[in-house]
Design a protein around this ligand. Structure first.
Ligand SMILES: C=C(CC[C@@H](C)[C@H]1CC[C@H]2C3=CC[C@H]4[C@H](C)[C@@H](O)CC[C@]4(C)[C@H]3CC[C@]12C)C(C)C
Ligand SMILES: C[S@@+](CC[C@H](N)C(=O)[O-])C[C@H]1O[C@@H](n2cnc3c(N)ncnc32)[C@H](O)[C@@H]1O
Length: 367
């Protein structure tokens, strides 16, 4: 073979490999983002690394320190920063639904995710003609599944502007923008009138609230009497021992890498719901058998991790992705390790389900 032919062949093979690596493998989820489009939300390129450092020094502290420094009120702002940093990576590597679901033998992750979302819609009896609130809606994966499944009109709220833009784009593309609305706001002080919704749900979102009662009280306020609310909560289980250093390390790792001001214990959830005036209809850990393990999807393996790591490193070196993405990706990888340790050891669940009803004649909530 002539030298020039060999060089051309090598160049073509190289181009195909790069194309496959970045555009095909880079879109880890079929409908996810591509790695070449990784932005960092509304943060300008030159500020990404600084924002990451600020985020990390805020959330790596234990909850007692966040509370002692009277930093509770700053939590929503740092949660907003967190979602600027991770939203594109989540979409790229996970899809448009930012939550876990029990694995189902023989079914894809996408099916398992959709069924977990439809279960929430069924629990609150969402149906055509009802106006339902999605508390902490992300980029709207669950909202679209629930609107399509139930026929209800869904209004989502998220603290992060960038997610609002992404969710609206996805809603339009899915042809669901007439039934899916997205509002930017704080779920601790919602911009909605009293008794303006006929149902509500939150999927792995209220764990970001420094005090769960603040968000439950707001949900209670905006629901009509008789309406149902279901939440999938992140909690520590009865197996968690605060005197076991390995347990503490796992839970601290989950909190720091997921912008959580402090995980609550499973038994506290119903107490808080009742305290704000809800009637608790049902409570169940959806991760318990016969449910298949939710954490297996997280065990991406060294090869997949290195592929993604190499990709974000290369894109940063080429200045396609902003500086700081590699650090954020590294943090997520560590977080995934803590999450799967938490799942495997049984000390943590991301799907403690609580179904509540606002009583028809509401007694005054205790403060
Ligand atoms: C409910 C929340 C988020 C839950 C999950 C959607 C995310 C938690 C950890 C995330 C990930 C960890 C590892 C990443 C990996 C290193 C990267 O290459 C591709 C994306 C990940 C798989 C990423 C995807 C989303 C998570 C699973 C919290 C915040 C309350
Ligand atoms: C892990 S994501 C889950 C998103 C969505 N429920 C899903 O399953 O795809 C958590 C969501 O809660 C939102 N959130 C966190 N704190 C919030 C707050 N104080 N007000 C409004 N939204 C908030 C985040 O912006 C994000 O959209």
């Amino acid at each position: 073979m002539e030298v020039s032919t060999a060089m051309w062949t090598a160049a073509i093979v190289g181009a195909v490999v790069v194309y496959w690596f970045v555009w095909v493998m880079g879109a880890a989820e079929v409908k996810g983002k591509r790695a070449v489009n990784l932005k960092m939300g509304s943060i300008t390129r030159d500020k990404v690394q600084d924002k990451y450092k600020q985020y990390w020094s805020f959330f790596r502290r234990p909850k007692e320190d966040i509370a002692a420094a009277a930093d509770d009120d700053n939590v929503p702002a740092f949660v907003d920063t967190f979602y600027n940093l991770v939203t594109d990576i989540y979409e790229w590597g996970w899809g448009q639904s930012f939550h876990f679901s029990p694995s189902i033998p023989g079914r894809s992750h996408r099916d398992a995710t959709r069924l977990h979302e439809e279960r929430a819609a069924d629990l609150i009896a969402a149906r055509p003609g009802l106006r339902v609130l999605d508390v902490g809606c992300g980029v709207g994966g669950p909202m679209r599944a629930i609107a399509a499944h139930s026929g209800a009109h869904v209004v989502g709220i998220t603290i992060n502007e960038y997610q609002v833009a992404r969710a609206r784009t996805h809603n339009r593309k899915a042809g669901l923008d007439d039934r899916c609305e997205v509002i930017c706001g704080n779920f601790l002080e919602m911009p909605f009138a009293d008794a303006s919704f006929e149902g509500a749900y939150s999927i792995e979102a209220t764990c970001h609230a420094p005090r769960l009662e603040d968000v439950y009280r707001e949900v209670f306020r905006v629901l009509k009497p008789g309406a149902l609310y279901v939440s999938y909560e992140w909690v520590t289980t009865a197996l968690y021992r605060a005197d076991d250093p390995a347990h503490v390390q796992t839970i601290r790792g989950i909190e720091a890498g997921d912008a959580l001001p402090g995980l609550r214990a499973q038994h506290e959830i119903a107490e808080v719901a009742r305290q704000v005036g809800f009637e608790v209809v049902e409570e169940r850990d959806l991760a318990l058998p016969p449910a298949g393990p939710w954490w297996t999807r997280l065990k991406m393996g060294r090869i997949a991790y290195w592929r993604n790591h190499l990709l974000v490193s290369a894109l940063t070196a080429l200045r396609v992705a902003p500086k700081g993405v590699v650090e954020v990706h590294e943090m997520l990888y560590e977080t995934a390790r803590h999450l799967s340790d938490g799942g495997e050891s049984g000390i943590f669940t991301p799907m403690h389900m609580i179904l509540c009803r606002k009583p028809l004649a509401a007694p005054p909530p205790s403060s």
